[in-house]
Design a protein around this ligand. Structure first.
Ligand code: ADP
Ligand code: MG
Length: 299
């Protein structure tokens, strides 16, 4: 086959805001039958906002005032680059003013963060992580706040210090305006969309329903995202993966076609075959149409 049509295709790709690593990528783009979409930052804007603050009940022995909760959680997240961490640090700063300094900051990718603030070991993260890794369980009223948040598609993050759960912070972002239309087009092109996320099942299902995706893999740890892609490939599928995070990089590399959001992390962009300048799922539709059209012209 003459590579001319392929080069035209990639040049046209650049015009569409689809940066293709090389002409050979168009061939795998054309064969894709399953498209795995990361939730946060890919289907949704990834611009999380802090919506609610729930402290432990006043009757609890280790009561935390909402101000104290925000001060310590905000300070612990100040060093985080995760959209949830950024939302908590910003939301806390807006509500309580200056935050204390944190030391010994460490982030557990896909789980949460820990840091020392005002002499307390503060943890902010996925409730399951606090339970499994730190043996910290939520009291009933915080569990109820968490369940309510998740039932409406929001994400509840637990805050603990000195070994005791102190509160739940509720964060959420919004589905990108074009995501539902893009998913509909991908289905029309014959692809099966799958939503993949580290977030909880209920929030993931709520987002999936909004954009028209039936298949959901939720609560997936960063290290397991790549396993989900491999399992689909083992079942005979040619898989495209679209993501933006550090935690998506291995899955992007393992997929037959890795697609990174231009607003994503450098690690994701490096692992991908295609980068979308617009960070808009409609560009994935453009890329697939383009590859089919371009390769259709080659004998
Ligand atoms: P996604 O797959 O949607 O991009 P991640 O794998 O990055 O999600 O995160 C999964 C979950 O881990 C989040 O929903 C949250 O509960 C928790 N988490 C991750 N990072 C943080 C953080 N910096 N602060 C609090 N919670 C976090
Ligand atoms: Mg993401």
């Amino acid at each position: 086959a003459t590579p001319t049509a392929l080069l035209v295709g990639t040049g046209r790709g650049a015009q569409l805001g689809v940066l293709i690593r090389g002409p050979q990528i168009l061939e795998s783009t054309r064969r894709v039958d399953t498209i795995v979409l990361d939730k946060t930052g890919t289907v949704t804007t990834g611009k999380m906002a802090l919506l609610e603050v729930h402290g432990s009940a006043p009757t609890a022995a280790d009561e935390a005032s909402p101000t104290e909760l925000l001060r310590l959680a905000g300070a612990a997240e100040a060093g985080s680059e995760h959209p949830i961490g950024v939302a908590i640090a910003q939301g806390a700063l807006e509500r309580v003013g200056a935050l204390p300094a944190a030391t010994a900051f460490a982030s557990a990718q896909g789980f949460g963060v820990q840091a020392t603030v005002d002499g307390h070991l503060v943890l902010v993260g996925r409730p399951r992580w606090l339970a499994d890794e730190w043996q910290i369980t939520l009291p009933g009223e915080l569990r109820a706040a968490l369940d309510t948040a998740e039932a409406t598609g929001q994400t509840g993050v637990a805050v603990a210090w000195d070994g005791v759960a102190r509160g739940i912070l509720v964060v959420a972002d919004e589905v990108k305006p074009s995501s539902a239309a893009a998913v509909a087009q991908l289905i029309r092109l014959g692809l099966t969309p799958v939503l993949l996320t580290g977030d909880n099942e209920t929030a993931a299902r709520a987002v999936a329903a909004q954009v028209g995706i039936d298949e959901v893999f939720a609560g997936v740890l960063p290290a397991d995202k790549v396993e989900r892609v491999r399992a689909l490939q083992a079942a005979g599928h040619v898989v495209a993966m679209v993501g933006d995070g550090v935690n998506d990089a291995a899955a992007l590399a393992a997929a037959d076609l890795g697609i990174a959001m231009g607003t994503g992390t450098d690690v994701a962009i490096e692992a991908a075959d295609i980068t979308l300048v617009r960070s808009d799922l409609m560009a994935v539709v453009d890329a697939i149409r383009l590859s089919r059209r371009t390769l259709g012209t080659i004998k």
